[in-house]
Design a protein. Structure first.
Length: 280
């Protein structure tokens, strides 16, 4: 698939902004669920971008940096996965699986840039002592520029790889279908690992009942269907089962919140009104 110069520049700019947002703006623009559809739309396939972004978001949903242990970079992974899915015609799960090494490379680049900037913290301290905000600002701008350019270059290289060697890579995967199937399985497993990591962090004992109830309800809703004129089973609610369960969860959360507010208000009014003689 051929991409024009305008598309390449737009992908570079989007990746540049997302890279800075991950560590500076913190507006969640860097999340794969946001970056994936944007890059997909630029490359002419919004639907694939949305699917890939959602798939990669499930991988990242439970990932968080802890000290020196850094997860694969969300920006590089989401952008590269979308590029490969569009340019190479890969299944979303396979594109995600192939993008993981690039995401690890992206995180290594982050570590390298942070390491290079560490000695300059003395310069920032001196600028603070000298009441020189411009010096501190320039150091921040330098770090953001290095980070954005590094990420943008990786995105452009992925575009070039898909554009230049796209047919050869596609024929390779056609010849060795087992390899693409392996990436499909690996990429499909990663999203469950990400969600399991999130559950391990936030799930408490009293919430397991909601989890199993939601799982059972999703299975039931996804299995509702009918036989069409050809005798084939059609399950119209299968694709929207999780969305429907999300609305049920929102309803339960709102009801629980309102109940807690009422209990809190009642507890605050205990002892006011009436007197001790009438037993109230």
């Amino acid at each position: 698939m051929d991409f024009n110069v305008f598309q390449i520049i737009l992908v570079f700019v989007v990746t540049f902004i997302a890279a800075i947002d991950q560590f500076n703006f913190l507006e969640s623009l860097y999340q794969p669920i946001v970056v994936g559809p944007v890059v997909g739309a630029i490359l002419g396939n919004l639907e694939i971008g949305l699917v890939v972004g959602g798939t990669y978001q499930l991988i990242q949903i439970g990932s968080m940096p802890i000290g020196g242990a850094q997860p694969p970079n969300a920006v590089i992974g989401g952008v590269v996965a979308t590029i490969f899915a569009v340019s190479l015609g890969l299944e979303p799960a396979a594109a995600v699986g192939i993008a993981v090494p690039f995401a690890i490379l992206g995180q290594m680049m982050v570590t390298l840039i942070f390491t290079l900037m560490s000695p300059l913290m003395g310069v920032a301290d001196k600028a603070a002592d000298d009441a020189n905000p411009a010096g501190i600002r320039n150091l921040n701008l330098l770090a953001m520029t290095l980070l954005g350019v590094a990420f943008g270059v990786v995105a452009v290289l992925a575009l070039t790889l898909g554009q230049t060697f796209g047919p050869q890579i596609q024929s390779f995967f056609d010849e060795y279908a087992w390899l693409q199937n392996g990436f499909n399985v690996g990429g499909g497993m990663l999203r469950y690992v990400g969600f399991a990591t999130l559950l391990r962090i936030m799930m408490s004992g009293e919430l397991w009942g909601y989890y199993f109830a939601g799982f059972a309800l999703a299975t039931i809703i996804g299995s509702i269907g009918y036989l069409d004129a050809n005798g084939d089973f059609v399950a119209p609610l299968a694709g929207s089962a999780l969305v429907l369960i999300a609305f049920v969860g929102i309803a339960i959360a709102l009801a629980d919140y309102q109940s807690n507010v009422k209990i809190k208000n009642l507890a605050g009014s205990v002892g006011s009104g009436g007197d001790e003689e009438d037993g109230i």
